[in-house]
Each structure stands twice: as structure tokens, then as C-alpha cells.
Write a protein that binds this ligand. Structure first.
Ligand code: S3P
Length: 175
């Protein structure tokens, strides 16, 4: 079946940390006349804590459970673009859930541009305080594990382009 904005009532942006989901999300939503929701923000609001604090105080397993629960609540939204956390597709069969609830768009980016972007990041708990070598190794090994989940996306988009071109690319596919 051809995917259009009419058939895709919920669009889930997936991809590695730093692939641009939260930046593209609002732009794509505006272009499609959809709402935009960042699932990490929903978790922060529900917990009254920042993601880094949830990891620190409650641990990753708890975060993954909350992530799945929050994903399930998206069934009550329509005409919405969701930015998802980089790990969400890789736990609890969340890829299957997203592909049932709507469509998933994988923002694919290779190791080098991811490293360039994530080097600047100070708030992400999984890569906090890493040296350049550690970060390179983390990206390579984690991407190797996560790619097979990301590849189950409805559509795969080359994220190595300007925000303008990326938005155009996605909107032209979704018409
Ligand atoms: C994570 C990515 C983060 C956030 C959490 C865990 C991951 O989201 O959900 O820190 O496992 O890759 P972004 O991809 O928006 O940075």
C-alpha cells in the first residue's frame, strides 16, 4: 500500500541519538499540518524528572518500561508526528507496535556524522562524560546492534542532508 499522510495517521521518527528526530519532527509536523510530540518529553512530564535523572535514580530497565507504556498511549492521538528516543525501537517489540499504530521513518546516519553531532551532547545519560575514543566505540557497537531494529522501519530516509532538504524529502514521500 502506498503511504500518504492520509493513511499514516501517526508518524514515528526513529533513529540513533543525534540523527535529528527532535529537530525534524516539528518541521515535518508543520509541513503536514500534523501535531508534534516528543516521547522523551512525555516521559519527563509523567515522571517529573529529566531523562538523565530517570536513568540515575530509577535505572535503564525502569526507563525502558515507561518508554513502552508511553508509546502505547500514542494510540489515542491522530495526525501526529512523534520523535522517539534512540533506544525505543530496540526494546519490548516497540517496532511492531509503531508499525501497527502508524508508520515509522528511520533517519539513517552513519558513524562519522553521528560522532560529530554527539561530541557536542552533554545531557544524554548513555554517553555522558565519554572520551572521543569511547564515544566512537559506543556509536560503532551500539549502531551494529540497533540497525537491525531500525531497518524494520516503514521508510528509510538519508538523514545526512540539511533540515530543509530532509523536510522536503519526507513530505514529498508522504505527499
Ligand atoms: C536513548 C536516547 C535518548 C533518550 C535516552 C536513551 C538511547 O533519546 O531516550 O537518553 O537509548 O539511545 P534521543 O535519541 O532523542 O537522544
Amino acid at each position: 500500500m502506498e503511504v500518504t499522510k492520509k493513511t499514516a495517521k501517526r508518524i514515528y521518527l526513529i533513529g540513533f541519538m543525534g540523527s535529528g528526530k527532535s529537530t525534524l519532527g516539528p518541521r515535518l509536523a508543520e509541513a503536514l499540518d500534523f501535531d508534534f510530540i516528543d516521547l522523551d518529553n512525555l516521559i519527563e512530564e509523567a515522571e517529573g524528572l529529566q531523562i538523565s535523572e530517570i536513568f540515575k535514580i530509577k535505572g535503564e530497565a525502569y526507563f525502558r518500561k515507561r518508554e513502552q507504556e508511553i508509546l502505547e498511549t500514542t494510540a489515542s492521538y491522530t495526525n501526529t508526528v512523534f520523535a522517539t528516543g534512540g533506544g525505543l525501537p530496540c526494546f519490548n517489540d516497540n517496532m511492531t507496535s509503531m508499525n501497527k499504530l502508524g508508520i515509522s521513518l528511520y533517519l539513517q546516519l552513519s558513524e562519522a556524522p553521528l560522532f560529530k553531532r554527539l561530541k557536542q551532547s552533554t545531557s544524554r545519560p548513555l554517553i555522558m562524560n565519554m572520551s572521543d575514543q569511547e564515544l566512537k566505540f559506543y556509536i560503532r557497537s551500539t549502531l551494529a546492534v540497533r540497525s537491525k531494529y531500525y531497518q524494520k522501519a516503514t521508510l528509510i530516509i538519508d538523514a545526512n542532508q540539511s533540515l530543509h532538504d530532509l523536510t522536503l524529502d519526507c513530505t514529498s514521500i508522504l505527499k
